[in-house]
Every structure is written in structure tokens, then in C-alpha cells.
Design a protein around this ligand. Sequence first.
Ligand SMILES: *Cc1c(COP(=O)(O)O)cnc(C)c1O
Length: 421
Amino acid sequence: MSQHLDPDLRTSDPQIASLVDAENARQRDSVRLIASENYVSAAVLEATGTVLTNKYSEGYPGKRYYEGQQVIDQVETLAIERAKALFGVEHANVQPYSGSPANLAVYLAFLAPGDTVMGMALPAGGHLTHGWSVSATGKWFRAVQYGVRKETGRVDMDEVRELAQAERPKLIFCGGTAIPRTIDFPAFAEIAHEVGAVLVADIAHIAGLVAGGAHPTPVGHADVITTTTHKTLRGPRGAMIMSTAEHAKALDKAVFPGLQGGPHNHTTAAIAVALQEASTEDFRRYAHAIVDNARALADGLTARGFNLVSGGTDNHLLLVDLENKSIPGKQAARALDRAGIELNYNTVPFDPRKPFDPSGVRLGTAAVTSRGMDTGDMDRVAGWIDQVIDAEKAGDDAGVEKVAAEVHEFARSFPMPGLPG
Ligand SMILES: *Cc1c(COP(=O)(O)O)cnc(C)c1O
């Protein structure tokens, strides 16, 4: 038998190759409104699929536990320097495997098991890793959680302050996964300062908006900033931890050797590429276009009687409460997926329904903006969403099919980043 590896996926594994083809087509032919997703550039894809995946590099540039780092050290150093320059931070660690391990590393750097952490409750829009009960962060630490006000759908900073003063957390998280409004970093910083807590801004969702100047920056307010690199920032699946110089050593030690082994060097290279892309004038325009599109989608849905949590959006994300439309979130999401409009069902604040079948859906405009869709297109999409939901409620499968045909044709008319042609 030959000892050479067949370099061609189509020959060596036609089953996986055809599944990749199918996913290519699916992504090309649908309107992707999942708020955490995007399309990366061909350059980011290419960097991800390189021989850098073959190399072990435990440690940090200049301080490795394996030989042969002549090239990898330069790759990681470039990624770090680009992150520092783009966000204006003193320190960056680009090794976390993803957003959840990045947050876990922050706990490891600052807390002992049983210590108190404060974060936004998951049903209010927070992330699992901000101390939610089913997460390791809720099981191994004493988590206290803030929410949003029922009348406004927004965080109540007075509630945050009262809770922080009563519970004295060592760590406070701000940011989340379903927050349609601007995060008030200075107000969080003031509260953290008052109670002697470390403030962590988790900007996983909004990192691209921050980088492009379409959302205020947490830099200068938060002690630590964590982010994924694959949402609005439009890089490979990965994460970063950024901080002031003061916390650099503790955070680096927490990531390695505290939590992880070897970094994923192919991902590091792709992060460097994405950071370079995000520092361009083009990307600034992209970030602002995401927000314009979200507002246009919000206006289109509101005009059609949809009820938006907090009444609208300041960023890339919309949370729609479907209670007045008399359709559960999951049924709506499934029907829309059949019509080629992809989003996720989502709990809304004070949801009377269960998390696995909640009242809302979450939408985001990062991916559709990467396809080149504009505000006029968003109004058409809002119209299709309305038609599909009406058809689904009436049991009108043909109605859903009719929209699907229109949506597929529409989606195919926009070039897909990363795909030739
Ligand atoms: C997506 C997200 C994460 C987790 O990222 P994974 O890469 O899925 O582990 C953490 N925090 C927030 C706010 C997120 O939105």
C-alpha cells in the first residue's frame, strides 16, 4: 500500500466531499439570519486549511516546549500584534480554542472554586459561561445573575449595582448572546470599581462592530475583554482574550498551561488574516452596513406587526417575541428554514414557555451583509418572514414552498464569499 496521502478530498473521501458540496450550496442558497454566524473570506478559509495544522506549539512565542517554531512564532506574533493594534489593547492572547474556553480561562485566572461571579442570566440574553446553572461556571462558582427590565427589555443598571453591592462578586461579566442594545461599558466599570470586582466584557457577538467603530469599545473600561473570532469579526472559529498589561501574565498562564495544551496554529493564522481584513476601511463600512441592515429589518418587521424585544436594535441583532403572532418560536423557525430563511428559536425575557420551545426567534444581519444585501433587501426579507409565518399558521405548505422558491433565487443572486463564482 502506498505510504503517500491522497491529497484530494473528492477521491479519498467522496462521502465527506459531497457533504461539503451540499453545505456550500445550502449556505449559498439561503438567507442566513443566525446572529452568531457569518461568511469568512476566501483568504481566511485558505489560511485555515494549511499545514500549520500539523504543528505542536505548547507555550508562547519565544517560550515553547517543542522545537521547530521558527515559523509558528512569527504567525502567532503577527496575530497578537494585529489584535493589539486593531482594538487598542495592551495585551492579547489568541490561543483560546473558542469563546467558552476563553471565558473559562478568565475564571481560572481570577477565581477559586466557590467564589462569586455575576453575569447576565441566560434567558435575559447572557451566555451559558456567565454563570448559568447548567454550565461548569454555574456549578463550580457561586453565580448571581442580573436580567433586563420587563417594561423596557433593557438592562437596569440600578439593579446591577444593587446586586453587585449585596453579593460582592469578584468577577462581573457584561455582554451576551441575545442583547439587541448597546452595552454601557462605563456604567459597568463604575459598578465593578465600587465593589472591587474585575470587569469582563464578553464582546463575542459585537467584536466586528467594535472593531469597525459601529459599537462603543470596552477598551479603557473593562479589565478583560473576551471575544470569539467567528461572529461579526468574520474570522475562523476561535477566540481571544485581551486585557491591560496588569493582567497579561495571569491570563496567559490560565490559557496555557492552566486550561489548554497546544494552540491551533492554522486557526491562529486565519485569525491574523481576519484581523488584517478588519482593520481596513472596507470593514468599517461593513460594520456600519450590518447595523443599517438590522435597523431596516427591524423596521420591516415592526411595520408588519412583529413585536421586538426592547422595541428595536442598536447592533446586528434582533429578538422577536412571537406571542402576539400566536406561533411558538420553534414552529416559526422550522417553517422559515423550509423557506430558506435560517434563524434560531430563542427565549425572550420573562418567557412563559420552556427553553426548548420558547416564544421568540433571534435574527442577525452579519452574514447577509457579507453577501452584499442592503436595506431594501431587508424589507423584502421581512415581507417573506411575514408571509411564511402566515402560511405556516394556516397550514398552507404551498405558500411556504412559493416563498422558498423566491428566497433561493434571491440568495443565489448574491455572490458567496469563499466560493468561486
Ligand atoms: C458565542 C458566545 C460565546 C461562546 O463561544 P463558543 O465559541 O460557541 O464557545 C461566549 N460568549 C458569548 C457572549 C457568545 O455570544
